[in-house]
Design a protein around this ligand. Structure first.
Ligand SMILES: O=C(O)CCC(=O)C(=O)O
Length: 344
């Protein structure tokens, strides 16, 4: 499938491709100053197709997919994810480590942040990191089994990752369209998929009751063991999501990101007073089994992440509506380049 996309990308980039021909055709038409109504209509249709193709090419330019993990490595990592889930079920994590939703749980390690309806003040760029120490450390197995192989393959620089999130989806689970907050996370956004194959979709709008989405600009296959890197347009200028119909079997993803040094953080006093840690963590980041002694059930906390209206694409005005909203787009634009060598 990745090959197909590569081919498409080449096709779109080729000076001989039909979109280029259409552009030339259009400018010839403009020069001839054709005014007939039927010509005008076909011109609009051509422009529409060209716009979509151009957007698809821009999305592809910010996507890289690499296969790093074989079946054996995937199984080992999947066993570890199961242990994380068990630990969460026993109430073994700090309060902000685990964000539960009916068909999808998120586990934040290293750093956690407020998003969606957790935000006291909603709007683009309002996401805030929790004070340091309010989520559990990145487990040692994530360093050993996931981060280290990516570092060894020069896909991410050494010690770059300071945030690891595991999303665990049940069939029908989803993540609504969003842009990972640009004022919180450096690019690229690195994710590794496990348990089953699915699709990461770009440019969908969600609506609810019943949940449904508009046609995506791109459905990117994300197979088991596949590493996906998003940067540039794919990360910043178009939303991505996981649609409920694309999770047919249980799926998990490990998202590896770098929180920016100047990302805004909630003051310790406000956050800690309202959201106390429930149990002392004995999910030791050094411990491989990840089991905790406490068996108290974690209080169910509905997440906004899956219940928030979102728009697929940037509006002409430049505003977005997304749960992982984004701001400071221009001021952070210079940060967007991938600053290191990526494996091709
Ligand atoms: O499940 C995935 O592959 C993407 C998840 C995602 O975009 C997120 O959690 O922010």
């Amino acid at each position: 499938m990745a090959e197909i996309y590569k081919d498409l990308r080449h096709k779109l980039q080729s000076p001989h491709n039909s979109s280029e021909k259409r552009k030339k055709h259009k400018s010839d038409k403009d020069k001839n100053n054709s005014k007939s109504y039927s010509k005008h209509k076909s011109q609009i249709r051509d422009e529409g197709e060209t716009e979509r193709e151009r957007e698809l090419r821009k999305v592809h330019s910010g996507i890289e997919q690499i296969r790093v993990f074989d079946q054996e490595q995937c199984l080992e990592i999947e066993n570890k994810i199961d242990l994380v889930v068990k630990c969460g079920e026993k109430g073994g994590f700090k309060e902000h480590t685990l964000d539960r939703a009916p068909l999808r749980n998120k586990y934040f390690f290293g750093e956690g942040y407020t998003y969606g309806s957790q935000l006291e003040r909603k709007g683009p760029g309002m996401e805030r990191l929790y004070p340091k120490g309010e989520v559990d450390e990145i487990p040692k197995w994530i360093y050993d089994l996931v981060i280290s192989p990516l570092e060894a393959a020069n896909i991410i620089p050494k010690d770059w990752v300071n945030s690891a999130v595991i999303n665990d989806y049940m069939p029908g689970g989803c993540i609504v369209s969003h842009v990972d907050p640009i004022h919180i996370f450096d690019r690229p956004i690195v994710s590794v998929s496990f348990f089953s194959d699915s699709y990461l979709c770009f440019g969908c709008r969600f609506s609810f009751r019943p949940i449904r989405t508009t046609e995506p600009i791109l459905c990117l296959p994300v197979g088991q063991g596949c590493v996906t890197l998003l940067s540039g347009y794919a990360a910043d200028e178009i939303t991505h999501c996981i649609r409920p119909q694309d999770i047919k079997e249980r799926r998990a993803v490990v998202i590896l990101r770098r929180v920016l040094d100047d990302a805004p953080r909630l003051p310790a006093t406000i956050s800690s007073s309202s959201k106390k840690r429930k149990h002392a963590s004995d999910y030791d980041s050094e411990s491989d089994d990840g089991q905790r002694k406490s068996n108290k059930k974690h209080k169910h906390r509905r997440s906004s992440h899956d219940h928030y209206n979102s728009n697929g694409r940037k509006h002409r005005s430049g505003s977005y509506s997304s749960d992982d909203s984004n701001e400071n787009r221009s001021s952070h634009k210079h940060r967007r380049e991938v600053r290191y060598h990526k494996k091709s």
